[in-house]
Design a protein around this ligand. Sequence first.
Ligand code: SAM
Length: 272
Amino acid sequence: MTEELVRKVRERYAQIAEGQVSGCCGPQTSGCGSESAVTLGVGYDASELALVPAEANLGLGCGAPIGFLSLKAGETALDLGSGPGLDTFLAARQVGPEGRVIGVDMTPAMLERARANAAKIGVSHVEFREGRLEALPVESSSIDAVTSNCVINLVPDKRAVFAEIARVLRPGGRVVISDILLDGRLPAVVEQDLLAYVGCVSGAMRREEYFALVGAAGLEKVEVLRDVDYLATLIESAPDEVGALEARTGVTREQVLGRVHSVTFRAEKPAR
Ligand SMILES: C[S@@+](CC[C@H](N)C(=O)[O-])C[C@H]1O[C@@H](n2cnc3c(N)ncnc32)[C@H](O)[C@@H]1O
């Protein structure tokens, strides 16, 4: 079942990368408004977006984590589930050519798109690697800063992801993640809706369980930096998507409002 879900996620994000369906990290069926509307709605500045190729922005994020990562010139950063590369390229500007940014994604079509974007802007300190978040193709203790935007909710084995983050970070390294978390439970029909899973809603874990996994991996000093009602954001930026979810499941937005949150948080690996 777990591997079947991963396969469905890969299939869906391949279709999005190839432009067969438009995507947002929301309950997708028909498309979700303009990508930049979605991306502005989750916290990016228009001036920031102007710095990266438009093709790197498919409106797939649910936060704007790079602004909180405080990257310095020369650092090595890792973007988990890098998709078309939006956060990877923003990070690359901050670490500069003396630094390095690695994007990891499991969907070949996304990697192809991200590499084409890198070639277009001529950055040589960015690398996109094919791999799974649950078994990162990255050396232990080699990364200063890890980020991820709306991906971990899509991974059935979240425990493995946090263990891998702790493994690849150098002692004293930090992580800033934007992800979808639940407060309370979703109605069963939404929980079982595959489109809501691949759209980053029903794979989300309850907040307390999620942060328990972060702590169990050995990450500390967890600090929530941004916490917004994700459904309210989607109602504004992608109303058709929310309507489609309601029509598909028979569940109204009022029944879900307040339970699905987009949370950006920071944590550290102990310096020892
Ligand atoms: C919602 S998109 C986010 C993309 C990117 N972070 C952004 O904000 O544009 C999720 C991405 O994570 C990738 N992904 C999902 N599960 C993964 C896994 N288990 N391992 C590696 N990549 C994964 C998908 O292929 C997709 O590109």
